[in-house]
Write a protein that binds this ligand. Structure first.
Ligand SMILES: C[S@@+](CC[C@H](N)C(=O)[O-])C[C@H]1O[C@@H](n2cnc3c(N)ncnc32)[C@H](O)[C@@H]1O
Length: 273
């Protein structure tokens, strides 16, 4: 099930000394991997396996699972980012680079987009796709953990993390790290699955997620478990108001969120002042 992509060369960046992940040897150091409780370091390798496994079929599955609606959510994110020519953007957990492609065109030749992801297989698929689209000039690729970003303080005008935060072990550390590398006046946009606002929608969505999704994963990507994890990880992710609070605790101001598709997805926004 593992992708046979070549690894992306690791760049020699240094995380800030204050950004170290939690001590994995601590006996209380457990977290969720979907509905399972696992050790912190175990989650990192389980998530890595999921994305190594799905990388090659990731884009096809995204279109299939969302009936193409993920493209609208992503376009809405770009519109809410207020991105302008010449700006520096970090597409964190950027995977196969959908947002990077949209940002690359908006920032133009004087701007810069960094596609950062912890997973070499996802980065490689993204790099190939963006090169095929002729997008090379203003994009760079960095293999990095969101919890300890290898960039200097105050580097980016805009940071996005789309469908990525859910998979990060220490979400608070990741939000603090994003806050640090954002320029004063800059904005963070978190696009993520969230909590449906209507009970009937929750029921339909649960049936879809737990019955249909793993079967689709099996048929298209030959990988039922990764899509079972997707459904479970969505349920374990903080709801709209909790995530907003977490962003505030990390230092973000003027935080707000916008529900999309009845709250199946939410776009959170916050500023660094
Ligand atoms: C569901 S994909 C989203 C990809 C892309 N942003 C999109 O919207 O299509 C989640 C991505 O998060 C990445 N990821 C998971 N944990 C991460 C971490 N700790 N740091 C950086 N990236 C991470 C995965 O490797 C994967 O590429």
């Amino acid at each position: 099930m593992m992708s046979e992509q070549q690894p992306v060369p690791q760049q020699n960046y240094q995380a800030s000394a204050s950004e170290t992940a939690a001590d994995p040897s601590s006996p209380t150091n457990t977290t969720h991997f979907g509905f399972k409780t696992v050790a912190h370091d175990e989650k990192v390798s389980l998530v890595a396996n999921v994305f190594h496994s799905v990388a090659a079929k990731y884009d096809v599955m995204n279109d299939l699972m969302s009936l193409g609606i993920h493209r609208l959510w992503k376009r809405f994110t770009i519109d809410c980012s207020g991105v302008r020519p010449g700006q520096h953007v970090l597409d964190l957990a950027g995977g196969t680079g959908d947002l990077t492609a949209l940002f690359s065109r908006r920032v133009g030749p004087s701007g810069k987009v960094v596609l950062a992801d912890i997973n070499a297989s996802m980065l490689n698929v993204g790099k190939d796709k963006l090169r095929d689209l002729g997008l090379v000039q203003n994009i760079s690729y960095v293999q990095a953990n969101a919890e300890a970003l290898p960039f200097a303080d105050n580097t980016f005008d805009i940071i996005t993390i789309a469908f990525g935060l859910r998979n990060v072990t220490d979400k608070d550390a990741a939000l603090r790290s994003m806050f640090r590398v954002l320029k004063p006046g800059g904005r963070l946009l978190v696009l993520e699955f969230s909590k449906p606002t209507e009970a009937w929608l929750s029921k339909v969505y649960d049936a879809y997620s737990f019955k249909l999704l793993p079967v689709m994963g099996q048929l298209v990507a030959n990988d039922r478990e990764s899509y079972q994890y997707l459904a479970e990880s969505i349920r374990m992710h903080p709801d709209q108001d909790t995530l907003k609070q977490m962003m505030e605790q990390a230092g973000f101001a003027q935080t707000s969120y916008h529900n999309l598709t009845g709250g199946i997805v939410a776009l959170h926004r916050g500023y660094k002042f």
